[in-house]
Ligand binder design. Structure first.
Ligand SMILES: Cc1cc2nc3c(=O)[nH]c(=O)nc-3n(C[C@H](O)[C@H](O)[C@H](O)COP(=O)(O)OP(=O)(O)OC[C@H]3O[C@@H](n4cnc5c(N)ncnc54)[C@H](O)[C@@H]3O)c2cc1C
Length: 491
């Protein structure tokens, strides 16, 4: 029988998906444009050691002329193909936008463009005053050309970056495709994809009585296995209250009333429009759909044998009901439906998803080539390439026959490493746990340092009651909770 429930609606297309990505991320530029709503969040979360903020006004001709210089430097440090990633975050704030007036005032912006430099954390809820002697934030006084700006930076941090620096590029491969360490940065994309997907579900009013169960199941999967701690935490909060906000009432009504809008699935500080691993070289490519794939793979490598088939149906149902790209849902649905025997081992599920993704890659490879819609920097490839995992290829692979002989044991090992160990929460627990929490709920207790979840008795019960009606995964999950020792009692 089919593992998925039937689609109750028909929305979306690839173009919608792309326009959403486009709306959400201005990705033609390397410097990240921030505004008063995301300034603190982005600077707080960036893994970079230093930040440059350019305050400008979009009407200012000098700023327009300066932009190519600033971008030249930003290109070295920002984006998926940065030559020196993770060191300096280059940003800009348009002070001509009303929303940014206070922000620009706080940093004493008196002329355009004006550039400030400092550790990202110092900009968070920060200010700058030219009269202030001792400030971790400094004004950059020599930045008129790309060369001069880079020189100024080099002097600050004793570096010798050059505008001519080039990353070693394999002839056929993208730099990020051949560097296994890059996936560690994808934790941000997985968070952004989770948050964006949830927003889309709400914006498009996709939670209906027919789809509700599949969302709850997916949330349960996220609570236990999402690679980001703060997404596990946020999802738990939603799940604990999900019945209150949506069950026993008309779900659509509850959603329309905005009850779920108050919940932020990965917390309030998740950066937006900031795809790191999934940043395309044009506005129309990558972003959300790349982030979703990475999320799905990172879930697949975290489930146990006993959960594998339920995780599979949960993901199939979720994509089918909630992925806004119609064509994608349909193709994925077909692949899900062709699985006839339940998975017994997590390995089978991991490899199924890997193979399904490669089937999509193979199809899109041809389609994008004929339509000219490929991201020139990230053409589709059959994955993983040899450069990433040479042992995944059996030595006698018959490349000439257009066929790859995979060593599936090696592929499995590689997937576990790549999406498991390497892709994991980077930030400090303390910072996360300082966040607000709903009254009486010690949500941090729900999230242990491993990917297992430790739930205080009350919360376990609340979630179980809210979810057990929806199927085996919930009950299985509930049992897992019961068998774990609560760290602190529920208050
Ligand atoms: C479930 C789903 C179905 C989709 N179906 C369609 C469709 O039918 N038509 C369509 O036009 N678009 C579809 N998309 C979007 C499309 O697959 C890509 O996500 C999008 O084109 C962006 O491509 P990308 O270059 O960022 O790489 P993606 O394909 O998004 O991959 C993201 C990253 O995952 C890694 N990766 C690549 N292949 C594999 C693999 N086999 N196993 C594990 N990791 C891998 C790579 O590091 C890659 O950069 C779908 C997306 C999803 C999530």
């Amino acid at each position: 029988s089919s593992p998925v429930i039937s689609a109750p609606f028909s929305v979306g297309s690839r173009s919608i998906l792309r326009s959403i990505d486009k709306d959400r991320a201005e990705r033609t530029d390397y410097a990240v444009e921030l505004n008063a709503t995301d300034f603190d969040a982005v600077l707080k979360e960036t893994p970079a050691t230093y930040a440059v903020v350019e305050f400008f006004a979009h009407w200012c001709p000098a700023c327009r002329n300066y932009k190519p210089h600033y971008e030249k430097v930003a290109k070295l440090f920002n984006g998926a193909d940065a030559v020196h990633p993770g060191i300096i975050l280059m940003t800009r704030v348009d002070c001509a936008l009303k929303i940014n007036t206070n922000l620009c005032d706080k940093f004493s912006v008196g002329h355009y463009p004006m550039l400030l430099w400092g550790p990202p954390s110092k900009f968070v809820s920060g200010s700058w005053d030219p009269k202030q002697d001792k400030s971790a934030i400094r004004s950059i006084d020599d930045f008129r050309t790309a060369d001069r700006l880079l020189n100024w930076i080099n002097k600050q941090i004793n570096s010798s970056y050059s505008l001519d620096d080039r990353k070693y590029e394999n002839e056929h491969l993208q730099t990020n495709a051949s560097d296994p360490a890059q996936i560690a940065r994808a934790i941000y994309d997985v968070e952004e994809a989770t948050s964006t997907a949830f927003d889309i579900i709400l914006e498009h009013k996709m939670i209906k009585s027919e789809t509700r169960a599949s969302l709850v199941k997916f949330f349960q999967l996220l609570v236990v296995h999402h690679p980001s701690r703060r997404c596990r935490k946020g999802t738990t909060e939603i799940l604990v209250d999900f019945d209150d906000v949506s069950a026993n009432k008309d779900t659509t009504n509850a959603v329309e009333k905005g009850a779920l809008k108050n919940y932020q699935i990965c917390g309030k500080d998740v950066p937006r429009g900031y795809w790191m691993f999934c940043r395309g070289s044009t506005n129309e490519t990558r972003g959300l759909s790349c982030g979703l794939w990475v999320l799905l793979h990172s879930l697949s490598v975290r489930v146990d044998d006993g959960e594998s088939h339920m995780a599979f149906t949960t993901i199939c149902d979720f994509i089918h009901n909630f992925f806004i790209c119609e064509e994608c849902r349909q193709h994925f649905y077909d692949m899900c439906s062709s699985v006839s025997n339940p998975f017994k081992k997590a390995r089978e599920f991991v490899l199924w998803l890997w193979n399904a993704h490669n089937k999509v890659n193979e199809r899109l490879m041809k389609e994008e080539a004929s339509l000219g819609t490929a991201d020139p920097k990230f053409p589709k490839i059959i994955w993983p390439p040899r450069q990433l995992c040479s042992s995944c290829y059996l030595s006698k692979s018959r490349k000439d026959k257009g066929q790859i002989d995979w060593d599936h044991d090696e592929v499995y090992k590689f997937m576990m490493r790549y999406y498991g160990e390497t892709l994991t929460t980077l930030y400090k627990d303390k910072v996360l746990l300082a966040g607000e929490r709903p009254e009486g709920v010690l949500v941090e207790d729900l999230v242990a340092s491993t990917h297992a979840v430790v739930v205080p008795v009350g919360a376990a019960l609340a979630i179980a009651v809210a979810s057990c009606a929806f199927g085996a995964l919930a009950c299985y999950w509930r049992q897992r909770q019961k068998s774990r020792k609560p760290r602190r009692s529920w208050k």
